[in-house]
Design a protein around this ligand. Structure first.
Ligand code: TPP
Length: 287
């Protein structure tokens, strides 16, 4: 399966469409809107550009693996899957919170066959991703990678650091951990809840290759994805993505109370117009 060719402008447009769909969902139901918007750019770049994936054959051995450890951003994942043809147009919206949780607040492999690993209980995705990366090595797979997305608050949970050491010990150059570093945990600043401090420094100290960049800047995201080391290399990569929780909706940005939420139809319509205007304006200045 060939990598999809999309330039930065097209990818930004794709992320804009994901944001539009998230806002429409947030009219229908309470969703993890702040957490979804935070990670919308990097997740769009992974699903709609980077990953080797065949929607017609979701268990294809040659695929890249994806673990949404920050499982509460599942709406963004499902919408990206829809965008690449895993589901029919508008299926996520029309079936949201029906069908036994196929499209709901967390990812479940039993009801969505495009999900490799169910998630929602934080702090377990990295160890699972390590196991998958070791498995690819044992099977002689030299081209696939395992991508895992975690929250920054999540860094204080489960067996994240045990796995961080393990990934280096097993020389997992086929593993890419993306940390959505938006500075907020569930309902408030991360620093009020923990003394985690320098996430990048910790991964570096364990022996990871660490890249820190603006995780809401599509050009930077694409550049870092393009520069990933070969899957057969020996150091796992950590992307520390500096993001804004609620990115794209001014009144939600950096606001802990918008971890989850619902909006009115009028707000949704207005926000979609504004997002499109901003996109058009920015690109009219660039081109
Ligand atoms: C093991 C576990 N503990 C607590 C929760 C409840 N919870 C859901 S989201 C969340 C905050 C996560 O913060 P972060 O990882 O920074 O993600 P963000 O939503 O800010 O992107 C918490 C504590 C959970 N899902 N799993």
């Amino acid at each position: 399966m060939m990598r999809k060719t999309k330039n930065v402008r097209e990818l930004e447009k794709a992320a804009l469409e994901i944001r539009e769909s998230l806002l429409k969902l947030a009219v229908k139901e309470i969703i993890h809107i702040g957490s979804d918007l935070s990670v919308a750019d990097i997740m769009t770049a992974l699903w709609q550009y980077q990953m080797q994936y065949d929607p017609g054959d979701p268990k294809w051995e040659g695929r890249d693996r994806f673990v949404l450890s920050k499982g509460h951003a599942y709406e963004t994942m499902a919408l990206n899957q829809e965008a690449i043809g895993c589901f029919k147009e508008n299926e996520v919206f029309s079936h949201y919170m029906q069908d036994g949780g196929r499209f709901a607040m967390h990812a479940c492999d039993l009801v969505n066959h495009f999900v490799d690993v169910p998630s929602g209980s934080l702090g377990h995705g990295l160890p699972i991703a390590c196991g998958m990366a070791v498995g690819l090595r044992l099977k002689g797979n030299q081209t696939s990678r395992v991508y895992v997305i975690m929250g920054d608050g999540e860094q204080t949970e489960g067996s994240v650091w045990e796995a961080a050491m393990n990934a280096v010990f097993h020389k997992l150059g086929n593993l890419v951990a993306v940390i959505d570093n938006n500075g907020l945990a569930g309902d408030g600043p991360l620093e009020d809840a923990t003394s985690l401090r320098d996430i990048a420094g910790k991964y570096r100290e364990f022996g990871w290759m660490v890249e820190e960049f603006d995780g809401n800047d599509m050009a930077k995201i694409k550049m870092h994805l393009d520069c990933l080391p070969d899957p057969m290399s020996e150091k796992p990569t950590a992307f520390i993505c500096h993001t804004i929780k609620g990115k794209g909706v001014t009144f939600m940005e950096n606001q802990g109370r918008w971890h989850t939420g619902k909006i009115s139809q009028e707000q949704c319509d207005e926000l979609i117009i504004r997002l499109n205007e901003e996109y058009e304006k920015r690109w009219s200045l660039i081109v």
